[in-house]
Design a binder for this molecule. Structure first.
Ligand code: ZN
Ligand code: ZN
Length: 170
């Protein structure tokens, strides 16, 4: 018996940063093309049809039409403390915000200061991956670990007796 059929495959077209409407923040995206393939014994042989393209936010995993890329985000380093704050409020770890500033051309020290002033004193660090977040963020975007109860005032559940806010941001 010959088993044939079709299935769709995703091929990555591009990746970069965009303004995610779901997060309302600058995020990393990957753009995919979905193509329908003819399969024989479950092995894709040739494309039958392009089904479409979509852009996926790498944080919230929402998918968008490619027109979402038509308005490139303003350069992160020029965006100032307010947009860094908005970015942190949307769940971006402090370390990632700092990396984005450095990648945008800001020197390490200034990036660190800008992120710290945007974050303020109330922040916590994920016990598992040690990424830092501001208190408004309920869980770690990386491992989905929850903020320690009482947040910045609580102690981490394990590890040496350090404040939960301790990370390389202290
Ligand atoms: Zn998003
Ligand atoms: Zn984590």
């Amino acid at each position: 018996m010959i088993i044939w059929g079709w299935r769709s495959r995703n091929r990555e077209l591009s990746a970069g940063e965009f303004h995610c409407p779901g997060c309302d923040a600058i995020r990393e995206y990957r753009q995919f093309r979905v193509t329908k393939y003819f399969t024989l014994y479950f092995i894709p042989l040739f494309p039958i049809q392009t089904l479409g393209e979509y852009v996926e936010c790498q944080l919230c995993r929402r998918a968008y039409n490619e027109t979402v890329l038509e308005h490139p985000p303003e350069p992160y380093a020029e965006s100032g403390p307010d947009s860094v704050r908005r970015d942190l409020e949307s769940g971006t770890p402090l370390e990632v915000a700092r990396r984005k500033l450095v990648q945008a051309g800001m020197d390490q020290r200034r990036a660190q200061d800008l992120v710290l002033s945007a974050a303020g004193e109330e922040r916590w660090a994920c016990v598992d991956c040690r990424l830092s977040y501001i208190d408004d963020v309920p869980r770690c975007a990386n491992c989905h670990g929850e903020a320690p109860r009482g947040s910045s005032r609580a102690l981490p559940k394990r590890g040496p007796a350090r404040r939960s806010g301790s990370s390389d941001f202290d």
